[in-house]
Design a protein around this ligand. Structure first.
Ligand code: HSE
Length: 437
C-alpha cells in the first residue's frame, strides 16, 4: 500500500471535530477505497485543552495555523477556521504556495479570494477542493465541474442556507416566532458564528457566487449580488403565501439574461406543488438548468457537523486517490486565468411575478387607487385578495396582489406611487415569485 496521506486540520469546532471523528472511525473503509491510509498527523485550534470527544494525542499540535499550513510534514491542509480574511486566508495561501493540497469549507473565503487562490493552486499543480463550501453535504461542485461537462447552464438556483430554511419551515409548520427558531438552529450547530450572515442572506450569496462562476465560467463576484434576507418575513406573509398556493423560501438564483448575469438572493414565493417547496428544515437543494440535461435537482443535508464532514472527507479522499504527476483539473472548471469578467444584469430589469402585501386604511377609493397605480405601470394582476387585519385592526384591511410577469422597475414605481398616495398604514411587503417545476 502507498504511504499514508498526512492531513493537517486547522479549526476543531463542530465541523473540524466531525471530520477528525469520521476519519478515525472510517480508517479501514477509506484505506480500501483510496489505496492508502488517511492519517490526521497535525492539528491547530484556538483552545488546546477543550474536550472534543476525539483522541488527537498522536497529532502534532500547532498554535498557529499558518505554521501548520507550511509544515513539510503534511500533504493536505484542511482549513475549517472560517472567515474571509485573517488566519484562514493567510494559511490557505501559505499552504498552496508551499505545494500542499487544500480542502476548505470556507465559502466566505472563496467568495472573496477564490479566483486568486485558484491561480496559486493551478500554478503549483495542487488541488484546492471546496465541496463543503456550498450546500453542505450535497456534491454539487463535483456535479457541476465534472459530471456536466459540455452542458450550457441557463439558470442555477437553490436553497443554500440550512439555518434560513429551518427557520422558515418551523415558522410555517408550527407558527413559531423567528427568534425561537433561530435559537434552535444555533443550538443544533447550523448557524454561522455570526447568525446575521445566515438570516441576512450573506452566506447564501457567498455560496451562490461560487455556483455562478462554475455555471457561467466567469470570475466570482459576490459583491454584485442583489441581497435581501428573511428577517422581515412575518407570519402574515407565510399565511398569505399558503392561501395563494405558495411557500416562502430564501433562494439564491443566478441566471443568464440578455443584459448579463443576474445574481440575486431574496425570500421567494415558490409554488407549493413544486419540488423545491418540499425541501424542509436544514435540507438544502440546488436546481441546475442546462441545454443538454434539462433540469437537475440535488437535495440533501445542508449544514451541521456530519453533513459538512461528509463533503470534506470526500475531498480528502479524492486527494488520497490522486497520484504524483497527475494533472489536476482547474478549480472553477476553467483555468482561473480564463474565467471571464462577470457581466452584471441590472436588478431593475429582472422579469417575473410578484407578491405584494399592503396594509391599507379601510376607506373609499383605496382599491381604485391601487388598481390605477398598477395599470399606469402596465402591471397585469393575476389575483387580488382582501381581508381584515385582525381583531385590533378594524379600520384597516390587508390587500394582497399577485402580478403576472412584469419587471422589477415597474413594481418599484407602482409601490412607490401607492406609498405616496397615503393609503398605507404599514410598510409594503414585496416578495418575488420564482418559476420552479
Ligand atoms: N450556516 C450555514 C447554513 C452552514 O445554515 O447553511 C453551512 O454552510
Amino acid at each position: 500500500m502507498a504511504e499514508a496521506l498526512r492531513v493537517g486540520i486547522a479549526g476543531l469546532g463542530t465541523v473540524g471535530s466531525s471530520v477528525a471523528r469520521v476519519l478515525a472511525e472510517k480508517t479501514a473503509e477509506l484505506s480500501r477505497q483510496c489505496g492508502r491510509e488517511i492519517a490526521v498527523t497535525a492539528v491547530s485550534a484556538r483552545s488546546r485543552g477543550r474536550d472534543r470527544g476525539i483522541d488527537l494525542s498522536s497529532a502534532v499540535w500547532f498554535d498557529d495555523p499558518v505554521d501548520l499550513a507550511r509544515s513539510a510534514d503534511i500533504d493536505v491542509f484542511v482549513e475549517l477556521i472560517g472567515g474571509d480574511n485573517g488566519a484562514a486566508h493567510e494559511a490557505v495561501k501559505a499552504a498552496l504556495e508551499a505545494g500542499r493540497h487544500v480542502v476548505t469549507a470556507n465559502k466566505a473565503l472563496l467568495a472573496k479570494h477564490g479566483v486568486a487562490l485558484a491561480e496559486i493552486a493551478e500554478k503549483h499543480g495542487v488541488l484546492l477542493n471546496y465541496e463543503a463550501a456550498v450546500a453542505g453535504g450535497i456534491p454539487v461542485i463535483k456535479t457541476m465541474r465534472e459530471a456536466m461537462a459540455g452542458n450550457t447552464v441557463t439558470r442555477v438556483f437553490g436553497i443554500l442556507n440550512g439555518t434560513c430554511n429551518y427557520i422558515l419551515t418551523r415558522m410555517e409548520a408550527e407558527g413559531l416566532s423567528f427568534d425561537a427558531c433561530l435559537k434552535d438552529a444555533q443550538r443544533l450547530g447550523y448557524a454561522e458564528a455570526d447568525p446575521t450572515f445566515d438570516i441576512e442572506g450573506h452566506d447564501t450569496a457567498h455560496k451562490l457566487s461560487i455556483l455562478t462562476s462554475l455555471a457561467f465560467g466567469c470570475r466570482i463576484s459576490a459583491g454584485d449580488i442583489y441581497l435581501e434576507g428573511i428577517s422581515n418575513i412575518t407570519q402574515a406573509d407565510i399565511r398569505a403565501a399558503a392561501e395563494l398556493g405558495y411557500r416562502i423560501k430564501l433562494l439564491g438564483v443566478a441566471q443568464r439574461t440578455e443584459s448579463g448575469i443576474e445574481q440575486r438572493v431574496h425570500p421567494t414565493m415558490v409554488p407549493t406543488a413544486s419540488v423545491i417547496a418540499q425541501v424542509h428544515g436544514v435540507t438544502n437543494a440546488v436546481a441546475i438548468e442546462t441545454d443538454i440535461l434539462g433540469e437537475l435537482l440535488l437535495s440533501g443535508p445542508g449544514a451541521g457537523g456530519n453533513a459538512t464532514a461528509s463533503a470534506v472527507v470526500g475531498d480528502i479522499a479524492d486527494i488520497a486517490k490522486s497520484r504524483p504527476g497527475f494533472q489536476h483539473g482547474p478549480v472553477f472548471g476553467l483555468p482561473a486565468k480564463e474565467l471571464r469578467p462577470y457581466k452584471k444584469a441590472q436588478m431593475r430589469s429582472h422579469a417575473g411575478g410578484y407578491f405584494i402585501r399592503l396594509t391599507v386604511y379601510d376607506r373609499l377609493g383605496v382599491f381604485a387607487a391601487i388598481a390605477k397605480r398598477m395599470a399606469d405601470n402596465e402591471i397585469s394582476l393575476e389575483s387580488i385578495v382582501q381581508h381584515g387585519v385582525g381583531p385590533d385592526g378594524e379600520d384597516r384591511k390587508t390587500v394582497i396582489l399577485v402580478t403576472h410577469e412584469t419587471t422589477e422597475a415597474a413594481v418599484r414605481r407602482a409601490v412607490e406611487g401607492i406609498t405616496k398616495d397615503g393609503h398605507l398604514t404599514d410598510k409594503p411587503q414585496v416578495i418575488r415569485i420564482e418559476r420552479a417545476g
